[in-house]
Design a protein around this ligand. Structure first.
Ligand code: FAD
Length: 386
């Protein structure tokens, strides 16, 4: 519905036509089998869609975040789930912004060509959660390499990636002036690391999302795999969050429209008491309400993306877009489920699958409370509560 002057219509059409080759049955089956949508991801990579934000000099298409967010939106709007691939976009961004020339020359061309996957980023730890500066995983420099020990949790797509960006402490928290200092980020070559200092334990979970516990036992990382300056890794991760939040917001918008489309169609078709259920205001008003929320959230999503593309500060808009879009998609999911009555629970309608998938975004990659906390502190000047 929202018309961003159709400047992205070509992208929308092309992504839609690719996604049309992967209908509901494809994603339903992948979900049932708890498998990874390999063919779908290969098709997206071969078509270059995941290289949208890589500059042309490295073989990408050099599009901005707005265009990239349209790609993610269309995937979710088609009934698919960008959760299988979005890491490729924002992890690449960390390398692009903070990596050395040698690292960019080495990694970005094969990433742009769809031959190298950088799908994973390892930040969260089991004992520290959102309190990231307290992470306990350490990387100690020794004879031209870093030796990593510790544990991570909820690290996604590790089994379907070649590279992972790892956040670890390089200086103990007691020895730094600010707790956000003394952490560093590294490129981990997963094929080399797994069973060679890194063990991976999958976490079965609510959605078909490949995510894992990671155990580091003297994993050795070559010194040249340090990204940027030692000790500044937390800042580099934060620099990437606005793009991540905006892309996730766009995915939620895609989900939201998908739920509204399905709810509307069903409300028009399903006859009970000799009339379409959608004729009842008790059925149509919640759908209209959810639609309005999606439209409003979509404005904030485009605002955040436009500011990002104009190199302007967009932390507030990116956080608010993610909050509004995740809330709107979840409300639309509930309405869609309710509109379908019992059939909403049947796998073959795909609603229960999308319902589970969109629920994740209340929690990850940042939980709703932490967005409230950001807004309260940084926009409203209220005291930090932790
Ligand atoms: C499917 C899935 C995939 C994920 N993928 C990745 C990944 O690839 N890489 C990665 O690094 N992480 C990943 N995560 C982790 C995700 O980013 C975290 O789960 C999320 O940031 C919340 O952290 P937590 O689970 O440790 O919750 P906790 O920090 O333990 O918080 C639990 C609850 O308490 C609330 N809370 C905590 N502190 C406060 C406070 N001070 N004030 C108010 N409320 C508070 C939170 O909002 C939350 O609702 C993933 C998680 C999931 C579920």
């Amino acid at each position: 519905m929202y018309n961003e002057s159709d400047q992205h219509q070509e992208i929308r059409d092309a992504v839609r036509s690719l996604c049309a080759q992967f209908p509901d049955e494809y994603f339903r089956k992948v979900d049932e089998q708890r498998a990874y949508p390999e063919k779908f991801v290969d098709a997206l990579m071969e078509a270059g869609w995941l290289a949208a934000m890589i500059p042309e000099e490295y073989g990408g298409t050099g599009l901005g975040l707005t265009a990239a967010s349209v790609i993610m939106e269309e995937i979710n709007r088609s009934g698919g789930n960008s959760g299988a691939v979005h890491g490729q976009m924002y992890n690449m961004g960390t390398l692009l912004r903070s990596g050395s020339k040698a690292q960019k020359d080495k990694y970005l061309p094969p990433i742009a060509a769809g031959k190298l996957r950088i799908q994973s980023m390892a930040v969260t730890e089991p004992t520290t959660g959102t309190d990231t500066t307290k992470i306990k995983t350490t990387a100690v420099k020794k004879d031209g390499r870093y030796v990593v020990n510790g544990q991570k949790v909820w690290i996604s797509r590790v089994q379907h990636s070649d590279l992972m960006i790892l956040l670890a402490r390089t200086t103990p928290i007691a020895e730094v002036k600010k707790k956000s200092e003394g952490m560093s980020i590294f490129i981990v070559d997963l094929k080399h690391a797994i069973d060679n200092g890194l063990s991976v334990r999958p976490i079965p979970n609510l959605v078909n999302h490949e995510t894992n516990e990671l155990f580091f036992d003297n994993l050795e990382i070559p010194e040249e795999n340090l990204i940027g300056e030692e000790g500044k890794g937390f800042k580099y991760i934060l620099d990437g969050l606005n793009a991540e939040r905006t892309l996730i917001a766009a995915e939620c918008i895609g989900d939201g429209y998908w739920f509204i489309d399905r709810a509307t169609k069903y409300a028009n078709e399903r006859i009970v008491f000799d009339r379409p259920i959608g004729k009842n205001q008790g059925v149509q008003f919640p759908i209209a309400d959810a639609f309005i929320e999606i439209e409003a959230a979509n404005l904030m999503r485009f605002k955040a993306a436009e500011l990002f593309d104009a190199n302007q500060a967009c932390g507030a808009q990116a956080n608010m877009a993610k909050y509004l879009a995740a809330k709107a998609s979840w409300e639309a999911a509930n309405v869609c489920m309710q509109t379908h009555g019992g059939f909403g629970f049947a796998n073959e309608y795909d609603i229960e699958r999308k319902f589970r998938e969109t629920r994740l975004y209340q929690v990850a990659p940042i939980s709703t409370n932490l967005i409230f906390s950001y807004v309260a502190e940084h926009l409203l000047g209220l005291p930090r509560s932790f």
